[in-house]
Design a protein around this ligand. Structure first.
Ligand code: HEM
Length: 399
């Protein structure tokens, strides 16, 4: 229990830390990784080099500090982060390390502005915030381990099959090396892949949405190849070019709070680029479990060559009593390329094809999601009926 004095100090200094947010967390990561280079086996180096993780962690700590006397307000945000932490095998013993270097960074950046009293108050507050995460994550670890064929941290899988889905997207079918079937998951959830890349000092981790309905004995992820030297594409490109059928990778149990909810209301699944992957798991689940649910599947791709899953989506939609599929190509390379929208998806188009009573699921690159979410909001959809998944730290859409 924090004293009123501690709460007052933390709340009154939070805006100052906010002003120095990025400086503090940049300092924090630098010194923490110098002292604990082993943590580079967990953190995403591309997020680090782009400053994205810095902003995400800073924003969350300040948001938590502002609500330090009513942390339950933050629980939905904590859960989303905790899913990510759980999928990366973040453990209670990691929290004091982060706490130590965060306090040192506050002191280092603010200098005399951070008195011993202020540092002590933030130390206490961090302890309370960290405990909320640790408790939520413990429940998630227990649930992952206790479910049939579940496990706690990482488990060895092998690539059973690689299937090219388009000029840029390839699917990987992953089977557990111990022969056990893939556990159940919610359509829309992701797994973390951990692997070593030859020549790299540290392990790399990346999250990929599962791209088919649960119930098969394998996980399927579908990965986009990025430009050769794009740091964001390091792991995806290694999967494409460096790993083959039979190779081993480590996989964490499915995680994430973006998933299709069962129900009778119509559904709109809207995927852009490789963001179509969780939509495929959702569509497959509707076809298998709720085939009479009214469903609209909208897929945006750069062009016909980059359009993955065209025939699979059409086949799944054909199993529905009231399903429709629409395709948008940013550009048409040939006149013979058939699509419903050329260019970007507009508000009018969404208005025309989506039932106003729908629950909408959106996934894709940030500009795509921002545009689609804005259109849906302008059309009067309630925020709670527009669900979206981020690639990368969750703050990106608000930036
Ligand atoms: C991701 C906050 C503790 C490692 C994140 C994200 C936030 C966050 C906001 C982005 C979530 C997303 O991508 O959706 C926090 C807060 C913490 C905390 C407020 C303390 C109270 C830790 C600890 C570790 C850790 C103790 C491990 C040493 C990571 C990693 C990611 C992540 C590896 C994934 C993103 C990346 O690799 O750059 N955390 N975190 N976090 N966190 Fe934490």
């Amino acid at each position: 229990m924090l004293s009123q004095k501690t709460i007052d100090i933390v709340k009154s200094t939070a805006p100052i830390l906010e002003t120095h947010g990025v400086a503090i967390t940049t300092y924090f990561y630098k010194t923490m990784f110098e002292a604990h280079p082993e943590l580079l086996n967990i953190f995403n180096h591309a997020n680090q080099s782009q400053g994205r993780q810095q902003t995400a962690l800073a924003n969350t700590v300040y948001a938590a500090a502002k609500h330090i006397d009513q942390l339950e307000v933050l629980l939905p945000a904590v859960k989303q982060i905790a899913h990510k932490h759980r999928s990366l095998a973040i453990k209670p013993e990691h929290y004091p390390i982060v706490g130590e270097y965060l306090l040192k960074a506050i002191k280092g950046v603010l200098g005399d502005g951070a008195t011993d009293e202020v540092i002590a108050a933030w130390g206490e507050a961090y302890g309370v915030i960290a405990q909320v995460f640790i408790d939520v994550e413990k429940e998630m670890y227990d649930a992952a381990e206790q479910q049939p064929n579940g496990w706690k941290d990482f488990k060895e899988f092998y690539i059973d099959k690689k299937v090219e889905e388009s000029s840029v997207i390839t699917s990987f079918y992953l089977k557990a090396k111990d022969g056990s079937p893939a556990p159940a998951y919610l359509p829309g959830q992701y797994i973390t892949i951990r692997t070593a890349i030859p020549g790299e000092e540290f392990l790399v981790n990346r999250q990929y949405s599962l791209s088919q309905a649960p119930g098969s004995n394998a996980f399927r992820i579908s990965v986009k190849k990025e430009a050769d030297h794009d740091p964001k594409g390091k792991v995806s490109n290694f999967l494409h070019d460096g790993l083959n059928e039979g190779d081993t990778i480590e996989v964490s149990a499915p995680a994430g709070d973006f998933y299709l909810e069962k129900g009778s209301r119509p559904v709109a699944l809207i995927g852009g680029g490789v963001g179509v992957t969780p939509m495929m798991a959702m569509l497959g689940t509707i076809a298998a479990e709720e085939p009479s649910r009214k469903t609209v599947f909208i897929q945006a791709a750069r062009n016909k060559e980059a359009h993955a899953f065209g025939s699979e989506a059409a086949s799944l939609v054909s199993q529905l009593t009231d399903g429709k599929v629409f395709t948008a190509y940013e550009e048409k390379k040939n006149d013979s390329d058939v699509c419903d929208v050329t260019g970007y998806i507009s508000k009018d188009f969404l208005n025309e094809v989506i039932d106003s009573n729908s629950i909408c699921y959106v996934c894709g690159p940030v500009p795509f999601m921002r545009a689609v979410v804005q259109h849906l909001t302008a059309l009067g959809f309630d925020a709670q009926d527009v669900k979206y998944e981020f690639f990368g730290p969750a703050m990106a859409l608000q930036a």
